[in-house]
Design a protein around this ligand. Structure first.
Ligand code: NAP
Length: 302
C-alpha cells in the first residue's frame, strides 16, 4: 500500500490564516508588524527567498523592508546596523540573509540580533530554549518538520526517531523537539558507522542532509513516518539516462529530497513530498515567528 502524503501546503494555509488573524488584531490597535530583511550584496539564492518572504508578508498584512547593504561592508558596520535595527521600534522582527561574504563572521552577526526579534530562530538564546522545551522563536525548518509530524496525529511518546543530519538549524533542533515529546531519538551524522541500522529502526525518520537518493527503501522500516527535509536540484534524465533539455535547449533540472520517494512511499505509512512538504511550511514558520515577535513587542494583545 502506498504511503499517505503529508502535504505541507494545506497545513501552511491553515497556519497562515491564524497568522493573518493575529496580525490583523495587532494592526487594529495601531501596532507595527514589520520584518526587516538584511541583505549584504546581492545573491541569487537570497533574491528568490526574499521574493517569497515579501509575497507572503504582503498576503498576511506584515510590512516588509529590505535593508540592502553593500558587499564591501565591514563586519563592524554590519554589527552596528543590526544593533540599530534592534533598537528601532518600527522593526519588530529581523532576518539576516545568508550566506554573508566569507570575511564576515556569520555567527557573530546572528548572535547580535535581539533574540526577541529573531525571525529565523537561529540566535543561541532561542536555540538554547529548546533544551528547556520552549519553542519561543524556534528555527523555522525544524519547526516545519515537527509540525508536519504532529499533523498526522500520531502519539509521539515512546517512538523510535532517527534524525539524519545534525546541523544547528535542522538536525539538532528537531532532535530536541522530538526528545521533549518523549521520543527515543538517535541523531546521525557523517561519523555514524552504520546509517541504515539506525534508519531501519525508526518509527519516525527525519532526513536533513542535502544528498539526493541517500535514503533507499531498504533503509526504511515498514509503516514508518518519513519527513524529507532535503532540497536538491538534479538533472532530469530520460528512460535511457540521457539529460532532458528544456525549451531553451539547456539541461532541465528538478527538485528532489534526500529520500528516494518512489521506492520509500511503497512501504512508509506517511511521507512528505519534495517539493510540497517541508518547504511551504518553513516560510510560514518564519512569519509565525514574526507575528510572535510583534506580540512580544505589544504584550497587551493576548
Ligand atoms: P547542512 O548544514 O549542510 O547539514 C547537513 C547535515 O548532514 C550535516 O549535519 C552533515 O554532517 C550531515 N551529513 C552529511 N552527509 C551525511 C551522511 N552521509 N550521513 C549522515 N549525515 C550526513 O544542511 P541543513 O541546513 O541542515 O539542510 C539540510 C538539507 O535540508 C539541505 O538539503 C537543505 O537544502 C535542506 N533545507 C530545506 C529547507 C526547507 O525549507 N525545505 C530549509 C533548510 C534546509 P556534518 O556536518 O558532520 O558533515
Amino acid at each position: 500500500m502506498s504511503a499517505t502524503r503529508i502535504e505541507g501546503v494545506s497545513l501552511a494555509n491553515q497556519i497562515r490564516a491564524e497568522i493573518a488573524r493575529d496580525v490583523k488584531a495587532l494592526r487594529e490597535q495601531g501596532k507595527v508588524v514589520r520584518l526587516a530583511c538584511v541583505e549584504v550584496g546581492e545573491r541569487p539564492e537570497s533574491v528568490l527567498y526574499m521574493k517569497s518572504q515579501r509575497r507572503l508578508c504582503n498576503a498576511l498584512g506584515i510590512d516588509f523592508t529590505v535593508i540592502a547593504l553593500p558587499d564591501t561592508i565591514s563586519e563592524l558596520a554590519l554589527l552596528r546596523r543590526i544593533h540599530e535595527l534592534n533598537a528601532d521600534p518600527d522593526v519588530t522582527a529581523m532576518i539576516l540573509e545568508l550566506p554573508l561574504p566569507a570575511r564576515i563572521n556569520t555567527f557573530a552577526c546572528q548572535r547580535a540580533i535581539d533574540p526577541n526579534k529573531d525571525a529565523e530562530g537561529v540566535h543561541p538564546v532561542n536555540l538554547g530554549l529548546l533544551v528547556y522545551g520552549i519553542a519561543h522563536h524556534a528555527p523555522c525548518t525544524a519547526m516545519a518538520a515537527y509540525q508536519l509530524i504532529k499533523s498526522t496525529g500520531i502519539d509521539l511518546r515512546g517512538k523510535e526517531c532517527t534524525v539524519v543530519g545534525h546541523s544547528q538549524i535542522v538536525g539538532k533542533p528537531i532532535s530536541l523537539m522530538l526528545l521533549h515529546d518523549f521520543c527515543t531519538v538517535t541523531t546521525c551524522h557523517v561519523a555514524t558507522r552504520d546509517l541504515a541500522e539506525h534508519t531501519r529502526a525508526a518509527d519516525i525518520l527525519v532526513v536533513a542532509v542535502g544528498k539526493p537518493g541517500l535514503i533507499k527503501a531498504s533503509m526504511v522500516k515498514r509503516g514508518a513516518l518519513v519527513v524529507d527535509v532535503g532540497v536538491n536540484r538534479v538533472p532530469v534524465l530520460d528512460a535511457d539516462g540521457r539529460p532532458v533539455l528544456n525549451e531553451k535547449g539547456n539541461p532541465a533540472h528538478k527538485t528532489v529530497g534526500d529520500v528516494d520517494f518512489e521506492e520509500v512511499k511503497e512501504l512508509a505509512q506517511w511521507i512528505t513530498p519534495v517539493p510540497g512538504g517541508v518547504g511551504p511550511l518553513t516560510v510560514t514558520m518564519l512569519l509565525r515567528n514574526v507575528a510572535e515577535a510583534a506580540r512580544h513587542f505589544h504584550p497587551a494583545i493576548a
